[in-house]
Design a protein around this ligand. Sequence first.
Ligand SMILES: [Fe+2]
Length: 307
Amino acid sequence: MIPKLDWRRFSEATDREGFISDLSAAISGPGLFRLTHHGIDPELICDAFTGSTSVFDLTEAEKRTLAMQAGPHNRGWARLGVERLADGSSVLERREAFNIGLELPRTDPRVATRQRFRTQTPWPAIPGFRDTMLSYYDAVLELGLALHRAFAAELSLAPDCFDPLFVDPLATLRLITYPPGTGSDAETGAGTHTDFGSISLLLTDDQPGLQAKLRNGDWIDVKPDSDSFIILLGDALECWTGGKYAATPHRVQSPKHRRQAINFYLDPAPEASLSPFPGFGKAVQRPQKYVDYLAEGLSAAHQVMQR
Ligand SMILES: [Fe+2]
């Protein structure tokens, strides 16, 4: 059973203590939760799904012009079968994706000097696509950051303790389409993994496929629910909290029918340290900047692409 948390209780301050108490139970219990009444405009969500379908329905030749390069920026189209998230597995992960990052102006020095992960998204020539996706990106980023205020309260930390970690973050909006499976055991939608960043805010269409591993070791189906975000905990949040907010292992089975997901990975700023907050465990031996952690993880996932 995945707990459902009504965001209005915290965001509108109608029952903050109750929300924090339920959040505590979700974090220490299953390790994931649904966020309902999140305030994101349903029309914007609908437009984002329509845009997602449009980009994957482009011709192969059109998509190739938007292709993600194997490093250094993590933007654009990843064709079927070029990533592997599961460690040490040879099972083919069947999905296509399109990644959108923080849109900095071309004149921004970080873009001009080609800093890692600092570039503009290769936008397809689909009317309204860019505006819709950037509106969705901004809305979910705001929601995700606000949710960290609730985490801070749950952790008995200052409300703004996460703020410095998310200045111009490496957050990624990832549109994904999973083609129907062939029924072979040698394929999957996504192998078992945890996400790299702080939290992931997931929306899917009505096709099942996502599974999550609970703290007790049981795997459960995460059923589609268009009215709520699935919130998964990521590696960075686990590091900052010394393991209290343990990252949520998950996987995606190849669906019977084409499956669409719109995932928002709330990754922190490049310079964010992965050291725990004071009082939350020992500092890591070699303090690692998030940008290096992400680069390492993506490089491993994209080894398939580089072959
Ligand atoms: Fe994931």
